[in-house]
Design a protein. Structure first.
Length: 156
């Protein structure tokens, strides 16, 4: 009397199916993580470029932070602390000044803050980009740069 090998073959196929399902789940998790890292890298690249452009505009216009930010972004909103801000949505599209921000979405803020240089004739400012997380509203500074320029005084 010979025994059938069908149950053993079925068990082998079930184990192989389980291994392939586990491998697929791990690959999917890796793809999701890489997409998240890619978006973070893209945001940081955009933040660096934006800060550098605002810093150059600030140097070239003689140190007017509002004008420098407006030149680069097309928007410059003054804050109570004397800073200037431009607001962007998750796709880095400019958000108009009067438009309100809704919760649960990713936002970016480009800011310019004047700093005290403690040296007469030298202007100084900090240019930075912050990200607001959609889940909890946590603010993270993505990139920052300090910029200095020589102030030109009119002698008469």
């Amino acid at each position: 009397m010979t025994r059938s090998k069908a149950p053993l073959a079925m068990m082998e196929q079930m184990v192989m199916l389980l291994v392939f399902a586990l491998a697929a789940a791990l690959c999917l998790q890796a793809f999701v993580k890489s997409d998240s890292m890619s978006k973070g890298g893209e945001a940081q690249d955009r933040a660096v470029l934006l800060c550098q452009n605002v810093a150059e505009a600030l140097r070239s216009n003689g140190g007017d932070p509002g004008e420098a930010l407006c030149t680069v972004t097309g928007q410059s909103l003054a804050t109570d602390q004397g800073d200037y801000t431009a607001r962007f949505d998750e796709n880095w599209e400019l958000i108009e000044g009067g438009q309100s921000l809704s919760s649960g979405k990713q936002y970016y803020f480009a800011r310019v803050s004047e700093l005290d240089s403690a040296i007469p004739g030298l202007g100084k400012a900090e240019v930075y980009v912050e990200s607001v997380a959609p889940a909890d509203g946590e603010i993270t500074r993505i990139f920052e740069i300090e910029v200095a320029w020589q102030e030109v005084s009119a002698h008469g």
